[in-house]
Design a protein around this ligand. Structure first.
Ligand code: SF4
Length: 349
């Protein structure tokens, strides 16, 4: 089965032409799909009955099925099942004045961060473009308010699934697609150096926000927490980020999960200051106190240690924010996305 959400406008135009339809029909179908949030050909009333039947025979919309939904006051976690039986997770985060959708890009993850629940399962496979877009469409259909922010911070390393994430991003930010602002789509990566270089040259990808999980200011510290950094060295990573072509008024976010007695010391904060050095205008730092997980051997630092870490960065004129991940109650917070049916309270759909 082919999915409409796998295609860019140009690709769909070509597909429809092969079926004998005019190219402009592609725009009509995508407008129903992304503007009017209608994923039923029979409701697409500006198409003839014959065309609707033809399209229905060849295309479908949803490669995912919602199997569970778990809500807390600050977040809703959706569990989706793929056609081949994998389970993936998406979290809708309710901020004060907007909604942010945290999407997954892979089933599991190969990066193997030792503080991350997703890593426990290893990598099963990449998600397709339609599986990424369908997370947005189905959550939007389930939500009254418009979703305007997307972060690729769910299961998986998005840059390890570059082509599919790129196309999903293109669909998200194009006027014929979901038409989100480029400033409101964020790729969060563990720091794959070669892929970041590729992203820097890519007109679609370099326009969106970039967040990099740093988690330690030293090569040795990063290797302990994020095994993949053995081949993606800190010095090389910083070199790429220092010369990354940033759009005007944009900064790169350095994500730093603070773990008690692992990377939360004053010395770590000072090393981070030195690492950023004179490039402080290029970066902002998000400090994320670790969310305890029954399967992981780490603890959350005391609030005092978190604020002390932040103070040292502030004193050195580095914009630093403390982010208490929303959704920890439903195990949908940073590094905790994983199909965890055993821990969640199931709500009826
Ligand atoms: S934190 Fe992100 S990159 Fe690291 S293992 Fe988890 S999902 Fe993968």
């Amino acid at each position: 089965m082919k999915f409409i959400t796998d295609y860019t406008l140009e690709e769909l135009q070509r597909e429809l032409e092969i079926l004998g339809l005019e190219r402009y029909r592609a725009r009509q179908v995508l407008s129903w799909t992304y503007r009017k949030n209608t994923t039923d050909f029979s409701l697409m009333t500006d198409l003839s009955k014959g065309h609707r039947t033809l399209l229905k025979e060849h295309f479908s919309f949803h490669p995912l099925e919602i199997v569970e939904r778990v809500s807390s006051p600050s977040a809703t976690k959706y569990l989706f099942r793929t056609l081949d039986g994998h389970v993936l997770e998406t979290v809708l985060i309710k901020e004060r004045d907007h909604l942010t959708l945290c999407v997954s890009s892979q089933i599991g993850c190969a990066v193997g961060c030792t503080f991350c629940a997703t890593a426990l399962d290893g990598l099963k496979r990449n998600l397709t473009t339609s599986e990424i877009i369908d997370q947005f469409l189905q959550v939007q259909q389930d939500t009254e308010e418009r979703i305007r922010n997307v972060v690729f911070m769910g299961m998986g390393e998005p840059l390890a699934n570059y082509e599919n994430v790129r196309k999903a991003t293109q669909i998200m930010v194009s006027p014929w697609g979901l038409d989100l602002s480029k400033r409101r789509v964020t790729i969060s990566t563990s720091g794959l150096v070669a892929q970041l270089r590729r992203m820097a040259e890519d007109p679609v990808m370099r326009e969106i926000n970039l967040a990099v999980s740093l988690n330690s200011p030293t090569q040795a510290g990063r290797e302990k927490l994020m095994p993949l950094t053995k081949t993606n060295e800190l010095e090389e990573l910083m070199e790429v980020l220092r010369s990354y072509p940033l759009p005007k008024y944009r900064r790169i976010t350095l994500e730093y999960v603070l773990i008690k007695d692992v990377n939360d010391s004053e010395e770590d904060a000072r090393r981070l200051v030195r690492l950023i050095g004179r490039y402080r205008k290029r970066f902002k730092v998000n400090l994320i106190p670790f969310n305890p997980d029954p399967n992981l051997p780490y603890e959350r630092p005391e609030l005092k240690a978190v604020l002390n870490f932040q103070r040292i960065l502030w004193e050195n004129n580095i914009s630093t924010f403390v982010r208490f991940s929303k959704g920890a109650e439903v195990f949908g917070a940073c590094g905790q996305l994983r199909a965890r049916r055993e821990y969640v309270k199931i709500t009826d759909l």
